[in-house]
Write a protein that binds this ligand. Structure first.
Ligand SMILES: NC(=O)c1ccc[n+]([C@@H]2O[C@H](COP(=O)([O-])OP(=O)(O)OC[C@H]3O[C@@H](n4cnc5c(N)ncnc54)[C@H](OP(=O)(O)O)[C@@H]3O)[C@@H](O)[C@H]2O)c1
Length: 354
């Protein structure tokens, strides 16, 4: 022990030892400065930096999946910035209703296109292209997206679910980019916001949501590549990635009207997203999601993956419990009905994804 201590002392007092100490201290200081700058940068981006003037990109913004959740909130936040809107989703009646609500509240013109974006029918995209052709489209928000009804092992996921996820999250999103990019390049201005997901952009893997996670990894890679491809023409492409947001898709409800800190309301999320438009290529607009993504980076990937698998496994179990409870209730109601005791449940009695 005494021998080792004196060897260490000799090393510290030698020129090589002194240099080693200086380099270690300098590296530690550098790491501390870099980490402080990162923290300050994050605080600035999320709480101080103002939003861009979004009308610089053009007069119109197109939002897909605009009748509910995050898309509806994007549409309203953009209308607040005095942009005229084209809203796209499947249900014509909900689109008309939302268009009227936005025009009444913000006084901006709103057009709608009812289209099922899981479709591969070229006529669907020709219709969208025709509707957008005469417009000075400055912003496209590719928000519509879908996942499995609940986390599931790949061999159990239906063919139809896989086809719809790929068609909507990958194919339609790419086709819509293609439809607007030509005009944006010609005008020398434009912005495409693709709504990705923390599942692919923050977390190392998405077990039990494999196809969804892979589709969002595509969104991430496409956005990064297109941003560099079109930047020289004045056109920007971003991946704005949420983690949990309280919507129908995440099935997270607000307790007593209040959102969880890790799952903001769509309105809170979209306000942050609109403020971040035109800045970073890949961004977590909501501050707590950015914090979560940064924390994930610091932890060992194996630990994060284990935890994600545990969470998805328990969500899957909960979904199965819900399904068997609904089936048992249906059976009870049916047998009661046959015995003339109770009325059969209404079509609304069982939720779509039960
Ligand atoms: N919520 C989250 O926690 C979360 C987390 C990460 C990423 N994201 C991403 O955020 C985006 C929005 O999610 P959300 O939670 O807001 O979803 P949501 O609440 O389920 O809303 C979906 C919207 O998309 C429309 N839509 C659904 N299928 C469509 C189709 N085939 N064609 C055209 N429109 C369609 C719906 O209207 P119609 O039914 O009338 O068509 C509705 O307006 C998605 O890309 C999702 O992957 C969400």
């Amino acid at each position: 022990m005494g021998e080792m201590t004196s060897q260490l002392e000799r090393l510290v007092h030698s020129p090589a030892g002194a240099a080693l100490v200086v380099v270690s201290v300098a590296l530690t200081l550098l790491a501390m400065v870099a980490s402080s700058l990162r923290t300050l940068g994050g605080l600035y981006r999320h709480f101080i930096r103002g939003g861009r003037n979004l009308r610089q990109y053009g007069e119109w913004a197109v939002v897909t999946g605009a009748t509910d959740g995050i898309g509806k909130a994007y549409a309203e936040a953009l209308a607040k910035q005095r942009l005229r809107l084209v809203l796209i989703s499947r249900t014509a009646s909900r689109l008309e209703e939302e268009a009227k609500a936005i025009t009444d509240k913000f006084g901006v013109e709103v057009r709608v296109v009812a289209a099922d974006l899981t479709s591969t029918d070229p006529a669907v995209f020709s219709r969208i292209q025709e509707a957008l052709k005469p417009l000075d489209v400055g912003i496209l928000v590719n928000n519509a997206g879908m996942s499995y009804p609940h986390p599931e092992y790949m061999h159990v996921v239906g063919d139809e679910d896989i086809k719809n996820i790929v068609n909507l999250n990958v194919l339609s999103l790419s086709k819509l980019c293609r439809i607007v990019l030509g005009g944006m390049k010609e005008r020398g201005r434009g912005l495409i916001v693709n709504v990705g997901s923390g599942a692919a952009t923050a977390i190392p893997s998405g077990p039990l949501l494999a196809v969804y996670t892979a589709s969002k990894a595509y969104v991430d890679a496409l956005s990064r590549s297109l941003d560099h491809e079109y930047r020289e023409f004045g056109v920007r492409v971003q991946n704005q990635a949420p983690l949990f947001v309280a919507t129908k898709m995440s099935k997270i409800r607000r307790a007593e009207g209040r959102a969880r800190i890790d799952a903001p309301t769509p309105e809170v999320w979209a306000a942050a997203a609109v403020r971040a438009m035109g800045y970073e290529t890949v961004f977590f607009p909501y501050w707590f999601h950015a914090l979560q993504a940064a924390a994930v980076k610091l932890l060992p990937a194996s630990l994060v993956q284990y935890q994600v698998m545990q969470i998805h496994r328990s969500l899957r179990r909960a979904a199965y419990r819900k399904k068997s409870k609904a089936a048992a209730e249906l059976l009870r109601a049916r047998s009661g009905n046959e015995a003339g005791e109770a009325p059969a449940p209404t079509a609304n009695g069982v939720k779509k994804d039960d």
